[in-house]
Design a protein around this ligand. Structure first.
Ligand code: ZN
Length: 250
């Protein structure tokens, strides 16, 4: 039954988003689920919001999405991110902002829990280390969870033991194209990497196909016209580093 395309961190990169959706369209998937951060950093927020709300079956709220509709939330971002958030807020219509404002923090679809960053108490905690991964696993109420936020494709798995102890914690990067089995006796949190701003030194747009029956996940990478996105970023006067990092995937 469900084969699910997981996409995350589109970050207003229309070229990357369109390339990923074309790649998904060639496959037989039952759903497209989006783990948040449709906007922020990139040059095409309005088109990406429109496309996300058309193409995706469910979307959860990302920290950049939230910061666009809640200005007081922007203080926690670095200068480059803030500059792009101010641009994004200007570029979006009231209707776009309303769409973002109505996104839920979490969702559950086909038995898969969705959040932007973590299932732990801290909504936007990065799952960079074992402690953060454990907190997220403790908060997970289904066998499979999916998050974005770090822009690093990976799978975290572990068994929920007694008194909140997590046994057999594993945190592994996902390799492209390999069908990676998920643990049968543990819970797993899948991160499909970032569509619009990969940070694992591979500039190709990243997403994943999750098969909840076979209990497996396959990471996909899709080349897109990076130079075109870079030109748009430069033309808008957004920080140059936001364009440069797309070429190296960092
Ligand atoms: Zn992000």
């Amino acid at each position: 039954m469900p084969r699910i395309a997981l996409i995350a961190d589109i970050h207003a990169n229309l070229e990357a988003f369109q390339a990923v959706l074309s790649d998904i369209a060639e496959d037989r998937v039952d759903r497209i689920l989006c783990l948040g951060d449709i906007v922020g950093y990139g040059p095409d927020p309005a088109a990406c919001v429109d496309l996300a709300f058309t193409a995706c079956d469910r979307i959860v709220l990302g920290n950049h999405d939230e910061a666009v509709v809640r200005e007081e939330f922007r203080f926690s971002f670095n200068e480059r991110a803030r500059a792009s958030l101010d641009f994004t807020a200007d570029a979006l219509s009231a209707e776009h902002k309303h769409l973002l404002a109505t996104l839920p923090d979490r969702a559950r679809v086909d038995g898969v829990s969705l959040a932007h960053a973590s299932f732990g108490a801290k909504q936007y905690e990065y799952l960079y280390n074992d402690e953060a991964a454990e907190r997220s696993i403790r908060g997970l109420r289904t066998r499979i969870g999916a998050v974005g936020h770090t822009h690093l494709p990976s799978v975290v798995s572990g068994r929920q033991g007694l008194a909140g102890v997590i046994d057999d914690l594993r945190h592994a990067p996902l390799a492209p194209n390999v069908v990676t089995p998920l643990a049968r006796d543990a819970v797993s949190i899948v991160n499909p990497g970032s569509v619009g701003q990969p940070r694992d030194r591979n500039p190709d747009a990243s997403y994943a196909v999750l098969d909840t029956d076979a209990l497996s996940v396959q990471l996909r990478r899709v080349a897109y016209d990076v130079a075109n996105t870079q030109r748009k970023i430069a033309k808008l006067g957004l920080p140059a580093m936001l364009a440069e990092r797309l070429l190296v995937g960092a």
